[in-house]
Design a protein around this ligand. Structure first.
Ligand SMILES: Cc1ncc(COP(=O)(O)O)c(C=O)c1O
Length: 482
């Protein structure tokens, strides 16, 4: 084909392809509509339900697959409003006190916006030196917060599950090949399910998993752990991985991190601490007390999209001996030869499975810098007090019993009816609360008993929402018992 013909073709295509790159006036109009939508959403938020059940929720959006024709931003925002931002759980609401709530700090969204517009490549130092330094600075800040040594390394991940996987992969690679088939894992019945998923994905599906005994508040018992390790060693097995929880998802309790660190050190186990929920309580005095010993973990998982109130999509893995995270993940490729791999700065892509990745450091750095740390510390401390307030109030209501005192920001409780099965009653109770939707609470089972939970972690959750939750639990209990 002649060059002229190719140029004709290119002249024909360029104006159509150019539609992908709107010019200033059009960009500003698009942005204004999106911001107006976001503002309407945020202004309405206090009055929106936290949970909305609907027949076939969200299904309408399926009729809007991409077609050849363009549509207006106004029409598309309407679709989002109707089909996406209406049904189900509203995690942006301060009424979200189920599971482990997320956040959605507004400047975090602005960080995401800037990261997407500038599209800095944050995987490799050579390509995005400023972006990589910014992220490495955040990792250093988190290391210092936890009390990790200088040669610890880490990276920001998509969330806690990906961070658990990265830590467990580093632990697996640190195993010698002769021990691979004999390696034993120690968890409790409260460990997060992503730990088990990570073990399977990491190829350790067949490793025996010991559920170590727990105390009355479902925290791992170090003496039982030692006995189990000794039994396994006597049986010719290789105790390998100890998984502690620094804030369980079920009841928010923290395993005895310091005592477990001693056991791990003495018995040469890899000590993995899942602090996805609890880790950032290190920013307040009580948290530092409860989480003492966290910096002794070989690998530590945190979730800025929980404890630093970011929107979903930001976890973190820190590995004490940073070289081990690097050894497990780094890559080298012919087509990436143009950069100096010996650069003094760590490249995030050498510490995770991701090469191209969202520049997620910006969504974390911007709010931390813009607000300063003080409001983060205050918000976290507030959440601890909110759980205590809820606990004190519910414990005083006739028929309710609590599972321990909140160690962090989860209150766990149930109603014991005069007649019938407590489990059936509490299942009906949580359903009634969720159907109401003015706040959102969730339930769990501990030792086969159904408990309700109230987890305060959304930055918009203040006393008014927790009081609303308390009143709703009492009201629905009265309705079900009368
Ligand atoms: C203790 C704990 N670990 C891990 C996870 C998984 O984190 P993510 O949902 O960010 O993947 C969670 C999620 O709630 C959690 O509570």
């Amino acid at each position: 084909m002649s060059v002229e013909m190719i140029e004709d073709k290119l002249r024909e295509l360029a104006p159509v392809a150019g539609l992908l790159d709107p010019q200033a006036a059009e960009r500003q109009a698009l942005t204004a509509e999106v911001i107006a939508y976001a503002e309407r959403f945020l202004e309405a938020l206090p009055d929106l339900p936290t949970y909305r059940d609907m027949p076939d929720p969200g299904a309408g959006i399926e009729e809007h697959a991409p077609t050849e024709e363009p549509e207006s931003i106004a029409a598309l925002l309407k679709l989002i409003e109707t089909h996406v931002d209406t049904a189900g759980l509203n995690p942006a609401s301060g009424g979200h006190m189920g599971y482990i709530p997320g956040g959605g700090l507004y400047p975090g969204a602005l960080g995401d916006y800037l990261a997407a517009v500038t599209n800095r490549f944050s995987g490799l130092f050579f390509a995005g030196p400023g972006a990589v330094r910014l992220e490495n600075g955040l990792i250093d800040w988190i290391k210092e917060l936890l009390g990790c040594p200088l040669d610890a390394a880490g990276t920001l991940t998509s969330g806690g599950s990906a961070a658990n996987l990265a830590g467990i992969v580093a632990a697996r690679d640190a195993l010698s090949s002769k021990d691979f088939d004999r390696a034993v894992v120690y968890v409790t019945n409260q460990s997060h399910e992503s730990v088990f998923r990570a073990l399977r994905v990491a190829g350790m599906r067949e490793a025996p998993v010991r559920h170590v005994a727990v105390d009355e508040y479902v925290r791992m018992d170090p003496a039982s752990l030692v006995r189990q390790i000794e039994q396994d060693r006597a049986a010719g097995l290789q105790p390998w991985l100890l998984v502690a929880s620094a804030g369980t998802t079920n009841t928010g309790v923290v395993d005895p991190l310091e005592a477990l660190a001693d056991v791990a050190a003495e018995h040469k186990l890899w000590y993995h601490i899942d602090a996805a929920y609890g880790g950032f309580f290190m920013l307040c005095d009580h948290g530092r007390e409860v989480l003492r010993g966290i910096g002794r973990g070989d690998s530590i998982v945190l979730d800025p999209h929980k404890g630093l109130f970011l929107s979903y999509g930001c976890g973190c893995i820190i590995v004490r001996d940073g070289r081990k995270l690097y050894d497990a993940h780094h890559g080298a490729a012919e087509y990436l030869r143009d950069f100096d791999s010996t650069a003094a700065q760590r490249s995030p892509s050498d510490y995770s499975i991701e090469l191209s990745r969202h520049f997620r450091g910006l969504r974390l750095w911007l709010p931390l810098k813009l607000f300063g740390l003080k409001p983060f510390r205050a918000a976290l401390e507030e959440k601890l007090w909110l759980a205590r307030w809820f606990h004190e109030r519910i414990a005083q209501v006739d028929g309710f019993e609590c599972l321990g005192y909140p160690e962090l920001s989860v209150a766990t409780y149930r109603f014991i009816p005069r007649h019938g099965s407590p489990n059936d009653f509490n299942r009906r109770l949580i359903k009634a609360i969720q159907q109401d939707g003015s706040v959102f609470l969730s339930s769990t089972t501990v030792d086969g008993e159904v408990y309700l939970r109230m987890c305060a972690l959304c930055f918009r959750t203040h006393l008014d929402y927790v009081r609303r939750a308390f009143n709703l639990v009492v009201k629905k209990t009265q309705e079900l018992t009368s």
